[in-house]
Design a protein around this ligand. Sequence first.
Ligand SMILES: [Zn+2]
Length: 300
Amino acid sequence: MKTALISHPDCLAHAGTAGYQEVPQRLSVVLSALADLDLLELDAPLATREDLLRVHSEAHIDRILQTVAPGQTIDLDDDTALDCFTADAALRAAGAVCSAVDGVMNKDYTKAFCAVRPPGHHAEPEQAMGFCYFSAIAIAALRAKQVYGLARIAVVDFDVHHGNGTQTALSNIPGMYFASIHQHPHYPGTGAEVDHPNIRNIPMPAGTSAEDWRTAFSDKIIQDLQAFRPEIILVSAGFDAHKDDPLGEFNLTEQDYAWLGVSLSETAEKYSNDRLVSVLEGGYNLRALAKSARTYVEAL
Ligand SMILES: [Zn+2]
């Protein structure tokens, strides 16, 4: 069965905040790198308000969906601004992951990669931050629970930054497991190890080698997944732990992302009814991002 590639042109129109690396070219290079793979290409729908409300308040949703005049920007946080295209891009990003949950639950496909931006894992229920507006993966995880009645859902975040928004949204929801492996201390400041039954934070120092990273991922996250046996695995796939990324200080290469794709696929096949949904989060060196996303999706 083909892996689904879910994207939308609206995700290219959002400019990103002036002076920061979350730019439209990130998505265009990823789409180019995936172009010759035999994937089931699908358009991302707009997320519904009902889905957004699984994580965010009415006030937050209205703030993101407010009208912005063409050419104007509204700052929501230091590095997170709205332009007139942001709302649709963020709605497509969250809608992509929700539709991927529907696709794997309805057996239209078993694996999906959502090539979307803006990213989502830093968005808090009440606060846009870190280039993120809606907490796409947490919204989709809650959709899997509330619409499909899944009892065990895993969210794995391998972006170099801690998925603070995902943790906030999911930490007190029964049946959710959230794991994040990330540089620490580093932006956004959260992500210390916690003694919590369904949160596995793996903070690692700047300069962590690919070998140490893989060992931690296998010994902690893969082992947790084998024990937890989630009915679906959702992945915050950020590629900024690459050695050439300007926003992280880890040392992964595209071979490590191929390894990750294989590890997660094997785990999903064995324990999770082969249901594996990944969504693009970070990755800011265009060359490294394109190559890493390619090797990851090829491995799926
Ligand atoms: Zn990141």
